[in-house]
Each structure stands twice: as C-alpha cells, then as structure tokens.
Design a protein around this ligand. Sequence first.
Ligand SMILES: O=c1ccn([C@@H]2O[C@H](COP(=O)(O)OP(=O)(O)O[C@H]3O[C@H](CO)[C@@H](O)[C@H](O)[C@H]3O)[C@@H](O)[C@H]2O)c(=O)[nH]1
Ligand SMILES: [Mn+2]
Length: 746
Amino acid sequence: MEIGSRRNMVSSENSPPLNSVTPLRRRTANRIYALIYASALLALFYRHVRQLLLLRFTTPVPVAAATLSLFVADSVLAFMWCTTQSFRVYPIRRTEYVENIPKVLKEEDFPALDVFVCTADPYKEPPIGVVNTALSVLAYDYPADKLSVYLSDDGRSELTLFAFMEAAKFAAHWLPFCRENKVVDRSPEDYFRSNRSIGSETERIKSVTFGLQVMYEGMKVRIENVVAKGEAGKEFIEKERQALSPCTDAVTGQSHPPVIQVLVDNSQDRDIAGNLMPNLIYVSRGKSRAVHHQFKAGALNALVRVSTVMTNAPIFLTLDCDMRSNDPGTLRRVLCYFADPNIDQSKLSHIQFPQIFQGLNRDDIYAGSYKSLFHMNPPGMKNGPNYLGTGCFFHRRALFGGPTAYVAPEIPELSIDHVVERPIQSQETMELVHRVAGFGYENMTNWGSKVGFRYGSVVEDYYTGYLLHCEGWKSIFCTPDRPAFLGDAPTSLIDMLNQCKRWIVGLLEVVFSRYSVMTYGLRSMGLLMSLSYAQIAFWATWSIPLVVYSFVPQLALINGLPVFPKVSEPWFLLYTFLFLGAYSQDLVYFLLSGSDATLRRWWNDQRIWLIRGLTCYLFGSLEFTLKRLGISTSGFEVTSKAANDEQSKKYEQGVFDFGAPSPMVVPLSVAVLVNLVALARGLALAPGLAIESFALQVLLSGFGVVNGWPLYEAMFFRSDKGKLPTNITLASTFVAALLYAAASLA
Ligand SMILES: O=c1ccn([C@@H]2O[C@H](COP(=O)(O)OP(=O)(O)O[C@H]3O[C@H](CO)[C@@H](O)[C@H](O)[C@H]3O)[C@@H](O)[C@H]2O)c(=O)[nH]1
Ligand SMILES: [Mn+2]
C-alpha cells in the first residue's frame, strides 16, 4: 500500500481530495550524489586496506594504533552514511486540504478522539505548564461530545490535581472565549503573552479579554503558590484529599492505589455560554514498589485501558506535558488522513507531527531543535515516520497486534470494539477503571509485549513505533506550515546532555534486545526501513569516530607522525571531498528544513553533534553497560521544564552554561585542550617543509579549536556561574598532560 497516492487528487468517488503526496524533486540529485559519494568511500577503503596490509610486527605501536583506529572510525562513519541514505531515496512532502473536510464528512460523523497528556513530577514539570497544555487541547475545534482529555500524573501529586481542578473551572470561561473570538493561540499563557492586535478589538472584547486575563493570572498565582508551599492545603476540597490519602509514600509517589477523578464530564458539565465541555479526567495509575511501573510506557498503557473503558475513541493523541497545541484545527487536519477513503485505514497506525520548540535562543546553541531527528529524516522513511513520543495520533487498533493479527486484550471491556454504554461516572465504570489502572493489573497479560506501548526501553516511543512498523503498520508524517504543537526544549547544557544520555541507554536497549534492528528489523521491514531505524539506534557508535578524530590525528601531530595523505598526493583531494561533501550536504538539508534554519543554527548543530560524541554518547554507552551488568539502575529521569531566571537569561544571551559539575564534560575538555596544543604545534611547523605532510592534521586541529571555543572561554576567561568548575578544568588539564606524555613515550 502507498499511503495516500497522487491519485488522491482525483478521487475515485469524485469527492474532493483531502490530501496529496509530492515526491521531492531532490530525490534524483540525492541518488546521483550518493553514487559519487559511495565511489569515494570505496576509494577510501581501498587506501585503508592497503595501509592495513603494510602493517608488520615490527611496525611501531603508534603507527599501528593510528592506522587501525582510523580504519575503525571510518568504518563507523561509512556505516552511518549508508543508514542516512535510507532517508534520501524517497523523500516526500504531504499537503492536507482541510477546507474539503466539510464536503466529505459531516460533523456528526466525526470520530471520537481521546487525548493523553503525561506528567510525572510537579517540580520539574510545573503544573501551570501542564494546565496550559490541557487547556490548549480542551479548546480544540471539535465537537465537545467527541473529545476527551486524559491526564496521567505519574507523580500522583496533589499539586497537579489541585491545578487541574482550577483548570476545569477556568476552562468554562476559556473555551467559549476561544470559540467566540476565533482565538488561534489556545494555550492561555501563549495567548496573553503574544502581542495581540488590540487595536482592532471592540471595547467589549477588550474588557472581556482583560477580565479573563485577570482570572488566568489569579489561577496561575494560586497554582504557583500551592507548588511553592508543597501542598494544596485548605484550598483543596475534602473529597479530593480523601481520594489521595491512601498514599503510603507521599514524597516519592512510588506506592499507592490508582486515583481517577472526572473533573469535567461532557454529558453534564457546561461552560458559561451553556455549551457542553469535553471530558477532562485525571488519572494517576496505581504503583507498588514490588512491580516495575515501566515509566512513561506504563503510564500510557494505563491511559489506553482507562480510556477504552470510559470512551473508547478509535483515535487517540499522545502528548508530553510541555507540548501545547498551537493550532485549534489540528484534529480536522488529521481527519484528512483518517477519513480519506483512498487510504487503507486498516494499515495506518499513526500520524506523527514534528516536535517543534518554543523558546530556543536565536542561534539554538544546544541544537535543541534536533533538525535531523524531527524534521530532515522522518519525511524520507519509506513506510512513514517513527513515533516521536508526542504530537502523534494513533489508531487505537494499532496498539492491539499487527494489521491482520488482532491480539485481544484479557477482558472484553478493553477490546477495541467495546461499546461504551454506561456514563463515565457510573459506579461500574469507576470500579473497572480503578481496576485496570491498578499496579498489579498487567501481571500475566500481553501489555507491554504484544499489546500497548512496549516495555524494555526507556525510549518507549522509538521502540513502540519500531515494533509497529515491524508488524506491518504504516504511518504518516504531517508538517503543516503553522506548527500543530509547540513544546519546551532543555535550556541548559546539562539537561540536554542528560536527556541525550537517557536516549542512548534506551536505544542501546533496543539494539541489544531480541528485536534488534539489523536482524529482526531487517527481516520484518526490509532494508530501507531497517536502515532508517538503525540510523537512530546506533547513535552511540558516533562516539567512536568522534573520539578517534578528536584525539588520534592530534596526538600524532604533536609527536610528528603523519597519518593523512600529503597535500601533493591525489588522496588529499579524496579526503577533502569526503569531509566537505558530507558537511555541505548536511548544510543544504539543514537549510531546506524550515524557515528557522539558519547558517549559525547549522553551525551549532554540528558543534553539538561533536560535543555529544564526547559526552552523552560515550557516557550513555557506559551507563547502558553498567545497567546490563546490574551495577547501575538508571531509569527515566524526567527532563526539567523549570528554569531559574539567571539560567534563562544566560540562555537567552546565547552563552554556554558549563556550570553544572558533571564528569561527562571531562572527555570533551580534554579533547579541546589536546586540539589546542596540536594546533600550536602544527602552526609552529609552518611554513617548513613538514606542513606538506601534516596539512590535514593541522586543519583538523584548527577545526577542533574553532568548535571548542566556548570551552576555552569557560575554562580560562569566564568568572560567572556558567564557567567550567575549576576542578573539572584541573582534572582535564591533568588528563590531557597524561595523554601527551603517554603519546610522546610511545
Ligand atoms: O515515569 C515517567 C517518566 C516520564 N513521563 C512523561 O514522559 C514525558 C516525556 O518526558 P521528558 O522528561 O520530557 O523526556 P524527553 O526526553 O524530553 O522526551 C522525549 O523522549 C521520550 C523518550 O525518552 C519520549 O517519551 C518523549 O515523548 C520525547 O519527547 C513527560 O511528559 C513526562 O511527564 C511519565 O509520564 N512517566
Ligand atoms: Mn520533553
């Protein structure tokens, strides 16, 4: 099946088209370039093999070590290059014709839709932010009786529950306001922050808006006060307190029965204009220390079960707590696919939107936009994009076995054809949802293995999407001009590195699982898709070439050992082409990936890639190994979405923050020191004869130094809190000196 073909433009049933697919013209150029580049790689390996054959027992150790390590590094680079090509064979662009929806589907025939929002920690994920996410989706342009929003609170926090009770009250004012005034920014925070064109509004609207803003700010203050105090206190209604009270371990939220509260019921609760409102349901699944709760995947599965019992919408959307809706029309947009008769719905598992972030600084110094992961690569995946964890609409059916192999859940109320007959607050329903959200419920069931989001990796999104594609599902990447969702990216270096480290651990868990990408994946999905998945799965291996290229040629240069071709040799041109060719293709792709893609952002993106190679990729691999050996028990450490003022200011100004002491930074700072010494050494050679043999090594060290600039500043020139902690500077200098000594002894 081709999901959506060009034929959709002229639909067989004469109904107007809902979407179209255009193959990108660059695909031909891509293929020609890939051929040229592949030939260059072959030549490179010809040279490598020749050099390896020259090795003898008598070859000096440094020469042998350099030859071998550069060979290994280039092999990894070549492998990753191959995997990247899988995104460039069939790149496409999709367009939706939302305006045609009314001609194809009446509103009363719209499918029901459930929205899942996950949160886990009221301190790292401030409840006011979660509330904004929830309000933005409650306010979708969609029939209220068909929309339900489920909030999963893995922190089981009365702060979050309190915030949501406030949100439910505020929603009664916010929803009709958005509807009547055709508001586009439906997260109140975004709306009140943006410079609305106040001039064009009438006096009446102005005063309504002002009143609402006062109400919103009041709610925000109450919520923030409660969070600052650490408890909801008197403001909290007695009933809710009781619901939460059985928690035996209130501090960590690690052990308690489920808490499920219907905060808005779309069969009875009305907004101030008298219209029914969508359901809003608070769910904190039960947890016990004795049963692994499986982090976010476990939370999502609890929501899948609770929602199947209560509303059982055929489609659900998963959202992280910091991913606000940025377009009230998104649900109609996804109908352009889910309601398209030309698409084989029985094979379509999910529609993924890119993750787009608000609040990145101008040059995106930490490369938080993850251009290749979220923008450049997904449109090129043959069977559709992988699941990115948030901003993704699923066919509920896709979580229950492959397209032709339905796996029935253990009780009929959880099956996809279960018809909801009871009101969501009926006693039977409430009893059942408490049961299916309980901590022991999944024992001896298929949840996490054959049904639902899959367990076994902390990148549950990657793992689940991967297994769905292996089962034969297809997916669609949807990239409207106005971002459908906007999220928060880490704004401190250490948060970014920790997040990336967790991803590496999770990806290696997949690589070393029995569903490994290059074996099981290759058999199930074919070459192109498994290469696409491999490109991500093997991120950790980037650290091999990056470490080698940060140290080996530099240490060799310091010791007067040439490792690359001389300027006068033709091989010199080959090396130059391979380097510049790869970099410029990446640059072109980056610049084509959106209007926010600038040259400086690209430069930072490549710098952060180098940094990751020496920090989180390395330490993630280490952590994975320790985890496998049973020495460490790292889990899903939630990324902080709360930043203090000083930190935010530094980020705004585009200044790197190395202040948080972390061993991860040591290899990086050692590398930049070694590069600096190597460059100095190399420049001392010039313009002597030797430069002819060392030109590439000198250039490479120079490249390292230019990229390392923020680190030199942080080590030697800064005195603010964001400078590199002195002990790390000292430790790095010491290690660099040791390396220098060791290399000179050899
Ligand atoms: O035990 C847990 C841990 C996390 N979460 C939620 O999971 C979401 C993502 O967590 P975050 O710390 O923001 O992780 P990121 O690394 O920023 O998230 C990316 O990577 C994750 C996989 O590692 C995916 O789940 C996310 O969707 C994707 O945006 C948040 O809403 C959390 O509240 C839970 O519900 N339960
Ligand atoms: Mn996140």
